[in-house]
Design a protein around this ligand. Structure first.
Ligand SMILES: Cc1ncc(C[n+]2csc(CCOP(=O)(O)OP(=O)(O)O)c2C)c(N)n1
Ligand code: SF4
Length: 265
């Protein structure tokens, strides 16, 4: 695992108890397990605490602008389709300012793996409300509670046409490994909603005294075995929601199309 980390960049900037480090470890483990060639792997992020993750990875990495990670990743993948392109992003980065890029990448079924470090808040900028902040939760911009309904990132991605959609979280690292590994292997647009915890700006405002309390909450409020067990509608489902290999991948279609035009000329 150390071989894929830029050890000279450590220690990382994340607060004690932040969930983002757990997700980064899982990403690194899975890149190794799935056997992606580091020379052909590019990791792209936007801006945010989560988007700092590629900076610790000893791969080709791009730290871009807030909300535009998927747009940059689309450019990388369409120009060099042989590369494995992974996007590490936050819920603000991917569901708010970058929501437009997310739905259209899903619609195209371009072969990117998007991993949302979903801590339900804008961590880096001191805890503003995000599209995944739960109703009634408190944040810097909703000090009396959030009135808006939150996005379910998985349902959003499925509605937009994503061909691999899964959810796991920092409280379930072994399960997270399984979801990420499947997403990395999938040919087409894959997205994994990885629940994380912002201890500093979400936890403190919402009555969690420690990171352990936040992890316990995640364990108590999520449910596995969504296809076989009766779902408790008060719990957040974890697992694979969509896995479809029958839809053509965008770059393949695009390059076939271009070759066809060249042959006609
Ligand atoms: C165009 C632009 N708008 C706003 C910002 C300020 N900004 C930086 S990070 C961020 C939110 C990050 O939240 P999220 O993506 O959820 O990641 P987290 O920090 O919680 O991991 C914002 C609004 C910016 N850098 N650029
Ligand atoms: S502010 Fe929140 S998201 Fe950012 S490093 Fe600290 S705990 Fe993590």
């Amino acid at each position: 695992m150390e071989q894929l980390l830029r050890n000279e960049k450590l220690p990382h900037i994340w607060c004690p108890g932040c969930g983002h480090g757990t997700i980064l470890s899982s990403v690194v483990r899975c890149i190794k397990e799935v056997g992606l060639d580091p020379k052909n792997t590019v990791v792209v992020s936007g801006i945010g605490c989560s988007s700092r993750a590629p900076g610790y990875m000893d791969l080709y990495t791009l730290h871009t602008t807030h909300g535009r990670a998927i747009a940059f990743a689309t450019g990388v993948k369409t120009s060099s389709p042989h590369l494995n392109v992974i996007v590490l992003t936050g819920d603000g980065d991917s569901l708010a300012i970058g929501g437009n890029h997310l739905i259209h990448a899903a619609r195209r079924n371009i072969d990117l793996t998007v991993i949302i470090f979903n801590n339900s808040v804008y961590g880096m900028t001191s805890g503003q409300n995000s599209p995944s902040s739960p109703v009634d939760s408190k944040s810097a911009t909703t000090p009396f509670g959030n009135l808006e309904r939150n996005f379910d990132a998985c349902k959003l991605a499925m509605g937009a046409g994503a061909t691999f959609v899964a959810r796991s979280g920092s409280a379930h690292p072994f399960h997270l490994d399984k979801m990420l590994a499947q997403g990395l292997k999938h040919k087409g647009f894959s997205i994994i909603d990885a629940l994380s915890q912002c201890t500093t700006f979400y936890g403190r405002r919402n009555g969690f005294k420690t990171a352990a309390d936040m992890l316990r909450w995640q364990k108590d409020n999520t449910q596995f075995n969504i296809s076989t067990a009766k779902m408790d509608e008060n719990k957040i489902p974890l697992g694979v929601f969509e896995s479809n290999s029958s839809i053509p991948e965008y770059c393949e279609t695009y390059h076939r199309f271009i070759s066809g035009i060249k042959e006609e000329e």
